[in-house]
Ligand binder design. Structure first.
Ligand code: UD1
Ligand code: CA
Length: 450
């Protein structure tokens, strides 16, 4: 049985930010959310986040995660002091406690599993994650005997010059037999450079403590400033792109592309330069996205092309061509074999199959049938200053250039709208609608007026 505690009470002074450090976003999710997610597959019996600095904001940011518990550390007197706050909440608990730092977001679940396994197999009082870093500055150093049994842990600031040469660092990830830890926690002292209660001081007092090296040191990088945040983003992006490249996706100029981990791509997708794929986006086989596009929380079918366009919260079905310069948003849905582009915006609008809106249009809150042609410059006037209204356009209908469709409005099937019309009343099937003033030509007018 394991209980997880996540340290997230610190301010993170070095971020130089009003936002608490653990709420800074890394590829669409906050640092602490990532840590919480990394323990999910371990099915811990409880997950407790220790909050302090801007506690309400941190709690609010995570309120949607079910069964997550929060314990407040009202003054931040160090990592040991943070864990002391658990004492009343874990009274009588006899299992293990996994402690994670809220600012170490790249840790893999696999690594945590290995840590727990080593801990249990060796019946350790504590097991800690370590790594050898080429630049260990700032990290606590770990000193072990030949059997990886921890002898001493010393914070960077408390190290002598010789001790600093030891590049084996404490990752800030620990597994404790809770009862052993609970016994020593009340006796921590602050006789160190930072005058804090160090959790690391407790570690060496609990009994047999073993250190486990992480395979990939990048996993344990702590985020203390924005430079480290950017480095972590880089590492994350490299992981994601490697995965998709090996899965049969082409990335043209990968460094100019960003892809959230939550995105799903199928083989033979081609992503062109300066393209950004975010949130819960899915792109199906054979589609070509970019250059210069942003797709967020959207589903793109097979063999679709999207060029220089923004697509958010929308669905595009197979073989449609989006862009150049289209904006799909607010649950737009585009059927199969459509064309949407050259300065066209679709908002909360559904297009049937083989329907085109190819030039300079705004279509909002509309349901458009199959095989419709939206002429250049067609606008749905869907907003009367108070409410949004809907427009329905039937199958096979064609709107002339510069039509204004004043909603609420229904155009039937196979309707023709004359160019330049402002249509305010419903039009039945198979009709031609002309809604503009007649052209007047006054012959010889120029000669007479001279
Ligand atoms: C800590 C470790 C260090 C390790 C490093 C790894 C100690 C004493 N040192 O140092 O050995 O190499 O992490 O990244 O533990 N926090 C609280 N309450 C507090 C203080 C901190 O919740 O009173 C939280 C912070 O929000 C943060 C985490 O604990 O998420 C680590 O604190 P931080 O001050 O960043 O510790 P480091 O100096 O990095
Ligand atoms: Ca840190």
């Amino acid at each position: 049985m394991v209980v997880v505690a996540i340290l997230a009470a610190g301010r993170g002074t070095r971020m130089k930010s009003n936002l608490p450090k653990v709420l800074h976003s890394l590829g669409g999710r906050s640092l602490v959310e990532r840590v919480v997610e990394s323990v999910e597959p371990l099915s811990p019996s409880r997950r407790i986040v220790i909050v302090g600095y801007q506690a309400e904001e941190v709690k609010a940011a995570m309120h949607s995660i079910p069964t997550l518990e929060f314990v407040e550390q009202t003054v931040q007197l160090g990592t040991g002091h943070a864990i002391q706050q658990l004492l009343p909440h874990l009274e009588g608990y006899t299992g293990d406690l996994l402690v994670l730092n809220g600012d170490v977001p790249l840790l893999r679940t696999e690594t945590l599993k290995q840590l727990l396994q080593t801990h249990q197999e060796n019946q350790n009082a504590a097991t800690i994650l370590t790594a050898y870093l080429s630049n260990p500055t700032g990290y606590g150093r770990v000193f072990c005997n030949d059997e990886d049994i921890v002898q001493q842990m010393i914070e960077h600031k408390d190290c002598t010059a010789v001790q600093r040469q030891n590049s084996r660092v404490n990752a800030g990830i620990y597994c404790f037999r809770w009862q052993n830890l609970a016994e020593v926690l009340p006796y921590l002292q602050t006789n160190n450079a930072q005058k804090e209660y160090y959790l690391t001081d407790a570690v060496t007092q609990v009994g047999k403590v073993m250190a486990v090296d992480v395979e990939d040191y990048q996993e344990i990088l702590g985020i203390n400033d924005r430079l480290q945040l950017a480095t972590a983003y880089d590492i994350l992006q490299r992981r994601v792109k490697e995965k998709w490249l090996l899965a049969g996706v082409t990335l043209i100029d990968p460094t100019s592309i960003t892809i959230d981990e939550t995105v799903e791509l199928q083989p033979d997708v081609i992503i062109e330069p300066q393209t950004h794929l975010r949130g819960k986006t899915v792109i199906q086989a054979g589609s070509r996205i970019g250059p210069g596009s942003l797709i967020e929380n959207s589903q793109v079918g097979e063999n679709v092309t999207v060029q220089y366009s923004v697509v958010t919260d929308s669905i595009v079905q197979a073989r449609s061509k989006i862009g150049p310069y289209a904006h799909l948003r607010g649950h737009a849905q585009v059927g199969t074999g459509c064309r949407v582009g050259n300065f066209v915006e679709l908002k909360n609008t559904q297009l049937g199959d083989r329907t085109n809106a190819a030039h300079l249009s705004y279509i909002g809150d509309s349901i458009v049938g199959n095989h419709v042609n939206i002429g250049a410059g067609t606008i749905t006037a869907n907003y009367d200053g108070e409410k949004k209204h809907r427009t329905k356009i039937g199958d096979g209908t064609k709107t002339g250039s510069n039509s204004v469709l004043v909603a609420p409005l229904t155009l039937g099937d196979n309707v023709y709208v004359a160019a330049g019309s402002t249509v305010t009343e419903d039009v039945p099937d198979d009709s031609l609608v002309i809604a503009r003033s007649r052209q007047v030509v006054k012959r010889g007018w120029r000669k007479k007026s001279q």
